[in-house]
Design a protein around this ligand. Structure first.
Ligand code: NAP
Length: 282
């Protein structure tokens, strides 16, 4: 049940399930750190409750909220305005409420991009990127990468038609099968796993065989539980540089915080909490 903590200004995350969300902890830590008199809470919202809940949030002093599974697409029908990138991605994960008006954004792709830039310093225009998966996260990442100037994106997906659909004829991307990707690993500078393969509890699974990979390839897995997936473990053994899903998660949250408060939060605070919660070293 939601509580709308007293009469204090508040932020929220809505989704179903929501009990294991790390968002309240990281946002509350930053609100406290920046001496802001507000609170962030998780609210379980079933699909049939979404329209009423949006009105309740609008009317009870909520200043903004995150949106997670299963509402990221459906929420768009209920907003007054949608940022162009979120529109292109076709999903909203952050809503800002100002003067009773709701504006939707998507910070997943840009959050991923910030993490990528901290990890991979070479010119992205000349970089060949392979993305595994063509679901919601892939969509946010691909649209953002192309918008940021990446010109060579390949999507490999179990259902190839979905990858074609995501690219929608873009001249900067192509869709292939997982097996075609496995046979051409040497042609990619960066490989990004956006499928849930390898996620807890199926931690011994890997989205494709990387036996023939070159040690110069950079690997990113957007999964953060476990912190080190089998995909990243095998890549590291070969000598590849690797990044897990924590930077994407932390940066999408930090970007939402900034949209709501105008203040760039100390993302290190968020990162330390996430890593500690997931059993890693601070
Ligand atoms: P989604 O929309 O359900 O898409 C999943 C994708 O993975 C689809 O392309 C699907 O292929 C593919 N897939 C799923 N199971 C598969 C299997 N057994 N074999 C082959 N392909 C399979 O999910 P999503 O929302 O994009 O999330 C994907 C992952 O990203 C999750 O692990 C999620 O936790 C993670 N994520 C992380 C962050 C972060 O901040 N780090 C943010 C968002 C998501 P088909 O098209 O063939 O079904």
């Amino acid at each position: 049940m939601h509580s709308f903590k007293g009469n204090r200004p508040y932020y929220a995350v809505i989704g179903d399930p929501i009990a294991h969300s790390m968002s309240p902890e990281i946002h509350n830590a930053c609100l406290e750190h920046h001496h802001m008199d507000a609170v962030y809470e998780a609210i379980r919202v079933r699909s049939d409750e979404l329209p009423n809940m949006i009105e309740e949030l609008r009317e009870t002093g909520c200043k903004g909220f995150n949106v997670t599974i299963p509402h990221k697409v459906k929420i768009m029908e209920h907003l007054d305005e949608i940022d162009p990138l979120a529109n292109e991605i076709g999903a909203v994960n952050t809503v800002v409420i100002e003067n009773g008006r709701l504006k939707g954004y998507n910070t997943d792709g840009l959050g991923f991009f910030k993490g990528l830039r901290a990890f991979y310093k070479r010119d992205l225009k000349a970089t060949s990127i392979l993305i595994l998966g063509a679901g919601g996260a892939s969509r946010a990442i691909v649209k953002t990468l192309i918008k940021q100037g990446v010109r060579n994106v390949t999507i490999a997906n179990r259902t190839v038609e979905k990858a074609h659909g995501l690219l929608n004829g873009s001249r900067y991307g192509q869709a292939i099968t997982i097996s075609a990707a496995e046979h051409n690993l040497e042609s990619f500078d960066i490989i990004i796993n956006t499928t849930p393969i390898g996620m807890y509890p199926n931690t011994d699974e890997i989205p494709l065989s990387i036996r023939t990979i070159d040690s110069g390839t950079a690997l990113i897995d957007i999964i953060y539980n476990p912190l080190m997936t089998e995909f990243l473990k095998q890549g590291r053994r070969i000598g590849c540089t690797v990044q897990n899903g924590v930077p994407m998660f932390v940066h999408q949250a930090a970007l939402a915080f900034e949209l709501w408060t105008g203040q760039e939060p100390d993302s290190k605070i968020m990162e330390d909490i996430v890593i500690k919660k997931l059993g890693g070293k601070k």
